[in-house]
Each structure stands twice: as structure tokens, then as C-alpha cells.
Design a protein around this ligand. Structure first.
Ligand code: NAD
Length: 319
């Protein structure tokens, strides 16, 4: 690891070894020094075994979140939703807060709502004043998690004294660590980003659908969008139309990538956040309805969110 302060930390913990957490923890383990160790836990035992087998001398299984938190000084969590974060930190059996935490650092990488992250931070602050807690949701998908190229949106100030250590440790799992200005602002930034990419996904799918219906070759539309003012990453790298970008999920039956139900979750969180702040997005309500409708369709559930193109196309075909 890059900085001396991160080398001083000898014990790490990782809770939540799913699609993102598993490759992230494997990357972290692969970059530990000989005298550093990783303790891991998930409800799914096979996920724990898989991570332990990736580096048997450097990773050990734990029996609970509390067990991880007792053994590790730097603990990362990567869980589906706010309710799981609450369970793992505060409400569940053998939770993190039932361990001895003073002086430890905890980083939650889950994409949840700002209120939950702040409530966990407050709870920790009341019971363990010497403990640091950060929100650090990520972007870059499962492929980015495997390749260690994800971005972390960190809920802290530029001048946070722990930033060099956080950058060194999170840098083993990703390539960009962006301090977003303070507690919960990592979450806020992530939700703004996913609102943007979710809205672009709908607009991009609609633009392809209308162009194809008019008789333009989708390969030509792809070139036009790349060269024109409509240029965007969803079209360039994650093209929703199959067969244009070979490595995009759309070209592999929409397998892999970012599941449509996760997009619905994040879009809904962003919409609620906007409402609570008095922001009145023009596209938000219609976008949320589209994500709800598409996620509720069994043809699209569990597939990459860029399957939105098939949803848009099916609406037109049904007319
Ligand atoms: P996932 O469902 O694959 O993994 C979550 C893991 O948490 C599972 O292994 C589950 O068993 C574990 N878990 C749940 N409750 C637990 C508990 N009480 N104790 C211990 N373990 C528990 O989800 P994921 O795709 O890895 O996503 C995790 C988070 O990252 C989500 O908030 C998601 O929105 C966000 N995210 C996902 C992606 C993506 O492409 N999948 C990209 C960026 C961000």
C-alpha cells in the first residue's frame, strides 16, 4: 500500500461479499503487506469461502459482523440497501456497534439514502467518539470492481486528516477517490450521478429507437451520437442496442453490468432526495415511472439497466 499510515493498519474487515464486495475484497487482500490481514463476513457462506480461498494466508472467515469489527481496525461494508446497513451496524444480532470500536475506521460503500448514513454516523459518534465513519459509495460496476477501476465518492473534506490513509486503502480497489465535501455528501454525489446516468439511459434508448424506426442504421446512429452533441458514455461504452459495442451487456443478452432493479433503487433515492431538498426535476417523475414499469416486467428484471432500450422498443411495437 502506498502511504506509511496505511501500513500501520494491520487488520482489515470486509462485510458484504456480493457482486461488488467479493471482487473488491479480493483486490484488497491481494495488495496487503505480509503482516496485514483481512477478516470477512457475509450471510452467504460460499461467498466467504471464495474470498478466503483467494488468499488463504491473508484472509480469514468471521462468524458475524461483530466478530469482524472486534478483529479489524479498518472495516468496509458493501450492502444492498439502507435497511441492511442499519441491521449490520446497529439493529441486527451481533452487529458492528456491539463490538469494541474506539479508534477504528469504518467505511460504508453501499448506495443508500443520506438520512441512514447520517444516523449511523451519529450513533457511532455517541457511543464511540474516537471512531471515524465515512460514506464512500462507488461507481464503475461489477467489471470495474473486478479490474479495481471503480471510483469512490467519499463523504469527507479535502483536508480530512485521514484522507491519505483512506486513499491508500481504497486505492487498492479503485482508481479514483473523490472527497465530496463532508459526511453523507459522497452518497448525495453518487445519487446525483445515478440520476444523471439513469436519465441518459432512457434518453439514449429513445433516440436509438426513433432513429432506427426512421430507417437509420444503428451503427450510423452510434457514430452520430459519438461525434455530435449527444455524445455520452451510455451510448459510447454501454450502448443499449445489442451488437454495436461487443463488450457491452446489451451484446451479451443484457447479462452483467448494473441490474435494472438497482437503477430503480438509486433513481428512487435520488427522486426522494430531490423532493426533500425542494428541487423540482423536470424529467425525474417520468424517469422514475419508466424505471418502475421496466423493472416490474419479468422480461427485463435482473438484467442490465440498459435493457431500457428493449422496454422503449416494446412500447412502440405494441402500438
Ligand atoms: P449484492 O446483493 O450482490 O451483495 C450484497 C451482499 O450483502 C450479499 O452477498 C448479501 O448476502 C450481503 N448481506 C446482506 N445482508 C447482510 C447482513 N445482514 N450481513 C452480512 N452480509 C449481508 O449487491 P451488490 O451488487 O454487491 O451491491 C452492493 C451495493 O453497491 C448496493 O448498494 C448497490 O446499489 C451498490 N452498487 C452496485 C453496483 C453493481 O453494479 N452491482 C455498482 C455500484 C454500486
Amino acid at each position: 500500500m502506498a502511504t506509511d499510515s496505511s501500513k500501520d493498519i494491520k487488520t482489515f474487515g470486509f462485510i458484504g461479499l456480493g457482486l461488488m464486495g467479493k471482487p473488491m475484497s479480493i483486490n484488497l487482500a491481494s495488495k496487503l503487506e505480509a503482516d496485514q490481514h483481512l477478516f470477512v463476513y457475509d450471510l452467504v457462506e460460499s461467498a466467504v469461502s471464495e474470498v478466503c480461498e483467494s488468499a488463504p494466508d491473508r484472509v480469514s472467515p468471521c462468524q458475524s459482523a461483530q466478530d469482524v469489527a472486534n478483529k479489524a481496525d479498518f472495516i468496509i461494508t458493501m450492502l444492498p440497501e439502507g435497511k441492511h446497513v442499519k441491521i449490520v451496524y446497529i439493529d441486527g444480532p451481533q452487529n458492528i456497534c456491539s463490538a469494541q470500536l474506539d479508534g477504528k475506521t469504518l467505511v460504508d460503500c453501499s448506495t443508500i439514502d443520506a438520512a441512514t448514513t447520517l444516523s449511523v454516523k451519529d450513533h457511532l459518534g455517541q457511543h464511540f467518539p474516537q471512531t471515524s465513519f465515512y460514506d464512500a459509495p462507488v461507481s464503475g460496476g461489477t467489471l470495474g470492481a473486478i479490474k479495481a477501476t471503480i471510483a469512490f465518492f467519499l463523504g469527507c473534506h479535502e483536508d480530512d486528516p485521514n484522507l491519505p490513509t483512506l486513499k491508500a486503502i481504497l486505492g487498492t480497489m479503485g482508481k479514483e477517490i473523490i472527497p465530496c465535501g463532508g459526511p453523507s455528501l459522497g452518497i448525495v454525489s453518487k445519487l446525483c450521478n445515478n440520476y444523471l446516468s439513469g436519465t441518459i439511459t432512457i434518453a439514449c434508448s429513445e433516440a436509438f429507437d426513433m432513429g432506427i424506426r426512421a430507417g437509420v442504421d444503428p451503427q450510423v446512429l452510434y457514430k452520430v451520437f459519438s461525434a455530435g452533441t449527444g455524445q455520452n458514455t451510455i451510448s459510447d461504452k454501454w450502448c443499449p442496442v445489442p451488437g454495436i459495442v461487443p463488450e457491452a451487456p446489451s451484446s451479451k443478452g443484457y447479462k452483467g453490468g448494473f441490474k435494472i432493479q438497482l437503477m430503480l433503487k438509486d433513481y428512487g433515492l435520488a427522486a426522494s432526495m430531490a423532493e426533500s431538498l425542494g428541487s423540482k426535476p423536470v424529467l425525474g417523475k417520468a424517469g422514475l415511472e419508466a424505471w418502475k414499469d421496466a423493472s416490474g416486467d419479468s422480461r427485463f428484471y435482473d438484467l442490465d439497466s440498459r435493457v431500457m432500450y428493449q422496454y422503449v422498443k416494446a412500447r412502440g411495437d405494441a402500438e
